[in-house]
Structure formats: structure tokens, C-alpha cells
Design a protein around this ligand. Structure first.
Ligand SMILES: [Fe+2]
Ligand SMILES: [Fe+2]
Length: 369
């Protein structure tokens, strides 16, 4: 390609052009300008030795971590612990109390998960910059409304937590001994009702704080949503790690990824404590997962360790593993799952275009390239 002929010159001039663009346009221009202006965003080998593929994978992960941070921040403002480590918001007593029905330490766990996500994107962006690569910034898309409930900040958000369609099939996916999503298998949800509408996972305003079964249903929704988000990260990191090139980039993915698994493991344990109830305002049912027609190995709430299942080929014995870990299309799959979750309801087409491009570039990355 033409770029390879004069690589150092064209790389330098393009980089200085991009930097100038950033300086003029501000941080918000990165998301729109860098990826939407039709320029090839990377050289084959970026300065500092980061390959095009490694940079693309790190940028996609940074974008998802920014989105994760945004949603966790909203949970923390209303249901976590607001302090110097995770500032913002003043808490909602009724929502925090309902969350604590799942576990007395829910506020602490929400706080810690939020802080972890903040460090994930901050670290990845700093690492990209240390290699002369451009970081990701989605600030221009912070336009979605905040909750009007007392305790939340009134600021623009990247993600929507007030109209979620939560897929709880992760529950049975990790309990199956015979199926694996990498073989094309599908799994029934633990809470079928959460797939049949759009439900708030945080109180939308103070009217949502009662009656008791309504705010509890919102807290239950959050409890199952926490695990949905973190099981996604649990699969995404090992899926993308298979295509990175530099050992240090592999180390980053292998070191951050399992923290997502730590989160998931905690959250699916807590979700199992969500009380069975029917939301009197909208009919959303949280079933007793330990009784028929639920119950048994696929639903029993204390079966929180992964069951062994098929992996790579049916000729091998079953093994306890993360699932899925198929690398092909992993970034686009993660983006689709979050979109289907309803997290981006209200975002403009440009937002989806930017994320689609980041996912496409990450999925084009190849080990050694
Ligand atoms: Fe994360
Ligand atoms: Fe996470």
C-alpha cells in the first residue's frame, strides 16, 4: 500500500495532524474525528512498537470500559458508597436498602466495582498514550438523562439504566454440563420476564421508591444486570487475548480480564438472593429459582461455580471453563449484547457508528499483525 512506501513520513505527518485536531477540537473530537473522518486511523506498526491490531483491541476495550464506568457510576450514586474514591451522588436510602436485601455489603461491592472500571479505562488509555497511540474519549456522547431520584447527580450519561431488557441466560449457560455458546447452543433465562420488556434498574424518580415490591423489583433487576455486565467482560478479554501480538498487551488483557470474572462471580451469587416477587406496577415476575418449574442444577441458586462442559471439540472430556471464548467477531458480539440490553437507548446514530468502527477494527486484529 502507498502508506508503506513512506511510512515514517506519512505516519509522522498524520500523527501530528491528528494531534493538532485533538488540540483544536478538544477531547470530545477523538471519538468523532479520529474514527469517523475516513482517514486510516493507524499505521501497521504504531510508534512505540504497538501493532495496529493491538492498538485496535486496546481502544475497543477502553471504549467498553468507559461505558462500564458510566453505568457503574450511576449505580454507585444511588446504591453504592459515595466517597473520595468514587465521588458523585448522595445515595438513595430506599434503593440502597432494597439492594441490601441481596447482600448486606452490596453498597461496598457496587463501590468497588465502580472504582475498578474507572481504573480499567484510565489505565488502558494511559498505556495507549505511552505508546504514542491515541486514547478513546466518548465525552461528546454524555447526553442521556440522569435519574431524577434524590441522590443522583443531574449530569449527562453515556448509558441508560432506566429501560433495560436484561438477558439472564448467563445463569443457565454456566450451569449447563452439555452445552456451550461456542457450539451455537442457547440457554434459557433465569428471569424470563426481564427479556419481555424494558425495566428500570435504578429508580427513575422518587415515585419509584414505593411500593416496597416495586423498589425491590428495581433492585432485583440491578442485581441480575450486574452479573450480566460482568459475565460479558469475563468472556471478552480471553476472546480478544487470542489475537493480540505483544506479550505486554497480552499481559494487560490477562490481568484485567479475570477481575471481570471476580465481579461476575460475586454478582451471580448475590443475584441468587433476589427475593421472589411480582412488581405490582408492571407485572414483572422474579421467580423462586429453587422451586419448580425452576430449580434443579440449571437454576439452583447456590450452584455458583461453573459446571464443566464441552470445549473445543466433543471428543474431549468436559471441562470447567469460561464461555464463550470464540475470538471471531468477539468485539462486535459484545457491542451487540450491550445494545440489545438497552444500555444505549437514546444515543444518536453517530454513537453507534463510532462504536461499530472500533469493534470492527478490533475484530480485524490478528496475532502478529
Ligand atoms: Fe472493566
Ligand atoms: Fe466490569
Amino acid at each position: 500500500m502507498e502508506h508503506n512506501v513512506q511510512q515514517s513520513k506519512s505516519t509522522t505527518s498524520r500523527r501530528s495532524f491528528l494531534r493538532k485536531g485533538l488540540a483544536v477540537g478538544g477531547a470530545g473530537a477523538i471519538g468523532a474525528g479520529l474514527f469517523a473522518n475516513g482517514l486510516p486511523a493507524f499505521a501497521e506498526v504504531e510508534s512505540g512498537g504497538l501493532t495496529k491490531g493491538d492498538a485496535a483491541i486496546l481502544r475497543f476495550l477502553s471504549a467498553l470500559e468507559i461505558l462500564e464506568t458510566d453505568l457503574w457510576q450511576q449505580y454507585n450514586e444511588l446504591g453504592g458508597i459515595q466517597d473520595s474514591e468514587v465521588p458523585g451522588g448522595t445515595g438513595s436510602a430506599a434503593y440502597t436498602k432494597a439492594l441490601k436485601v441481596l447482600d448486606g455489603d452490596m453498597d461496598q461491592y457496587i463501590h468497588d466495582n465502580t472504582e475498578d472500571e474507572f481504573t480499567h479505562f484510565t489505565f488502558i488509555n494511559a498505556y495507549l498514550m505511552s505508546k504514542g497511540a491515541d486514547p478513546v474519549n466518548l465525552d461528546k456522547f454524555r447526553t442521556l438523562p440522569s435519574s431524577k431520584a434524590t441522590g443522583a447527580q443531574d449530569i449527562g450519561r453515556l448509558t441508560n439504566l432506566m429501560q433495560l431488557t436484561v438477558d439472564t441466560s448467563y445463569w443457565t449457560k454456566y450451569r449447563s454440563r452439555t452445552k456451550n455458546p461456542d457450539f451455537g447452543d442457547t440457554f434459557p433465562p433465569a428471569v424470563p420476564g426481564l427479556l419481555k420488556g424494558q425495566f428500570p434498574a435504578i429508580p427513575r424518580d422518587n415515585n419509584d421508591l414505593s411500593p416496597a415490591d416495586h423498589i425491590q423489583a428495581i433492585a432485583n433487576t440491578a442485581g441480575f444486570h450486574f452479573a450480566f455486565i460482568e459475565q460479558g467482560g469475563t468472556s471478552l478479554y480471553p476472546s480478544l487475548a487470542q489475537r493480540v501480538t505483544h506479550p505486554e498487551v497480552l499481559r494487560i488483557l490477562l490481568s484485567i480480564g479475570p477481575t471481570e470474572t471476580q465481579h461476575f462471580q460475586t454478582w451471580q451469587d448475590k443475584a441468587g438472593n433476589a427475593p421472589a416477587l411480582t412488581d405490582p406496577t408492571n407485572g414483572l415476575v422474579f421467580p423462586d429459582l429453587n422451586s419448580p418449574p425452576f430449580g434443579g442444577e440449571d437454576f439452583q441458586t447456590n450452584l455458583i461455580m461453573p459446571e464443566p462442559t464441552i470445549f473445543l471439540s466433543r471428543k474431549f472430556p468436559p471441562v470447567s471453563i469460561i464461555r464463550p471464548t470464540e475470538t471471531k467477531g468477539a468485539a462486535m458480539g459484545a457491542l451487540k449484547a450491550l445494545t440489545d440490553d438497552g444500555l444505549f437507548i437514546g444515543q444518536p446514530q453517530e454513537f453507534f457508528d463510532v462504536l461499530h468502527k472500533l469493534a470492527k477494527q478490533a475484530d480485524a486484529a490478528r496475532h502478529g499483525g
